[in-house]
Design a protein around this ligand. Structure first.
Ligand SMILES: [Fe+2]
Ligand SMILES: [Fe+2]
Length: 477
């Protein structure tokens, strides 16, 4: 077990004080991070006491501490999962060799890019969500939003630790740039598309934490396999926190669905207009938000056929999720069937498995998403509502890869640009839909006893506290 130090400026289990140079570099970055947090973190709640979980260790039990904290005082720390004794590389050309504690020179640039790309998503999501507190449906949800936000901040720390420890001056410059880019800013955007999309209403927030944080889960699972051991250990611990983010998304959407179903049954209404009049979010609108965030998140896995993905795998930089579930860790023999459109016709061709690693990871992601959608459908079924939510086909509304320039309907059929544009208002949120959803969220709820009318209350609270616990003591309520 590594020793945990929580009384230094930067809590850590990496023996930071033994490396004065690194410690100084991180302590120099810390005030810049705090300035970024105050500028770009949750707007309007920086002086409130929030009941938050803080990572203090990496053990199975008691890794986190729950208490009230003002967000700028949150103890963002550096925690790596305990090393696996005699760990060897689990896939690719170097399979079976000892993992690396230092970065081989030839992989420096590529690993830096991988770490920066992952790191960039963490502050980006905080920026995307910074105004949401001002329209929260309950104090319980407000707290969950802030929990996600501070942990994304810690994930940034996790990546910056790697950059500053292993990449010298380049790493320090990258660490600064991570605080300089801004989500949605044309001049200095975040690196990946979905992380520049506005997320200004709570339905989008729940879809984001369900679909987009889940991309994060699979990227972390793939990086947890990395031959670069510090990256593997860092991402393994990040996954512990990530689970809560997806819980927020899954239960969040589930509660919206539950509330809508309840309003429909209670009032004997099926028509979306009637559901809206009752103050609920109608199911077709929920489906459109699902279509949007799912398709944006599918893009995050990259192109279907990718020589980069093949070389990441060959070199042991990035594996498959749960690599030990596979039999063949070299992936030199297999092929993967990929479909592409040529003149509007779908052609399927086999590509070498290594070149399809993005698609393999996307497959796992799709299965995981479907599991959540099934759960939401069980809520509808239990309420006696026949509507079913569905994941659109992965060819629908894509901007990256083989389907970026083709126009498919949600079943994946090629329909062409004109037909797509004529129909897209049925599949993706329109301005009118967005205005309606926002209209339900005009007034924030800061009274712990209340819950907005468009969402059901959760079953249980956080860490054994009641649902109506004062999770956030909001000053100017
Ligand atoms: Fe994260
Ligand atoms: Fe997350």
């Amino acid at each position: 077990m590594s020793t945990v130090v929580n009384d230094e400026k930067i809590p850590n289990n990496v023996n930071l004080s033994s490396d004065k140079k690194l410690q100084r570099a991180l302590e120099a970055w810390q005030p810049n991070f705090i300035s970024w947090w105050k500028e770009m973190g949750p707007a309007g709640f920086q002086t409130d006491d929030v009941y938050l979980r803080t990572a203090v260790d990496v053990g199975q039990e008691g890794w986190a501490h729950f208490d009230y904290v003002k967000m700028p005082d949150y103890r963002w720390g550096i925690f790596l999962a305990d090393p696996v004794k005699d760990r060897t590389i689990g896939f690719g050309d170097h399979m079976g060799e000892p993992v690396w504690q230092e970065i081989p020179g030839e992989h420096r640039g590529t690993l830096r890019r991988l770490i920066v790309t992952q790191g960039d998503t963490e502050p980006a999501s905080v920026e995307q969500q910074r105004l949401l507190g001002q329209s929260c449906p309950s104090v319980y949800d407000l707290r969950n939003l802030f929990q996600v936000n501070v942990e994304e901040g810690r994930h940034l720390w996790a990546m910056v630790y790697l950059l500053q420890s292993y990449f010298g001056r380049d790493g320090r410059e990258e660490a600064e740039s991570l605080l300089e880019r801004r989500s949605g800013d044309e001049n200095k955007p975040r690196i990946l598309g979905a992380f520049n999309e506005p997320c200004t209403d709570w339905l989008s927030f729940f879809m984001f934490t369900f679909f987009t944080d889940r991309d994060g889960k699979f990227q972390l699972l793939a990086l947890a396999e990395s031959a670069f051991d510090p990256l593997s250990r860092t991402t393994r611990f990040m996954l512990t926190e990530e689970a809560h983010h997806m819980f927020v998304g899954e239960t969040g959407v589930g509660r919206v669905v539950e509330r809508t179903a309840h309003l429909m049954k209670e009032n004997g209404k099926d028509h979306p207009d009637d559901v809206r009049k009752l103050g609920g979010i109608d199911l077709p609108t929920i489906q459109k938000y699902l279509n949007l965030w799912y398709s944006l998140s599918l893009d995050l896995f990259g192109g279907e056929v990718s020589s980069n993905a093949a070389s990441f795998f060959a070199n042991g930089l990035k594996g498959r999720a749960k690599e030990d579930h596979y039999d063949d860790h070299k992936a030199l023999e297999g092929t993967y069937a990929v479909s592409r459109f040529t003149d509007g016709k779908l052609i399927t061709e086999d590509v070498p498995l290594r070149n399809a690693m993005n698609e393999v990871l996307r497959d796992d992601y799709v299965v995981d998403c479907q599991r959540g959608v099934d759960k939401w459908n069980r809520v509808l079924e239990a309420a006696g509502v026949s509507f079913k939510l569905t994941l659109p086909h992965r060819r629908f509304h894509r901007h990256i890869g083989l389907y970026a320039d083709v126009f498919c309907d949600p079943t994946g059929s090629f329909i062409g640009k004109e037909a797509f544009e004529a129909k897209q208002g049925e599949w993706l949120p329109t301005e009118a839909d967005k205005t309606f959803v926002l209209s339900l969220m005009q007034k924030p709820i800061y009274d712990p006893k209340q819950m907005a009318g468009w969402i059901a209350a959760p079953r249980i609270g956080i860490k054994g506290r009641p649902v109506d616990f004062e999770y956030v003591r909001h000053g100017e309520a």
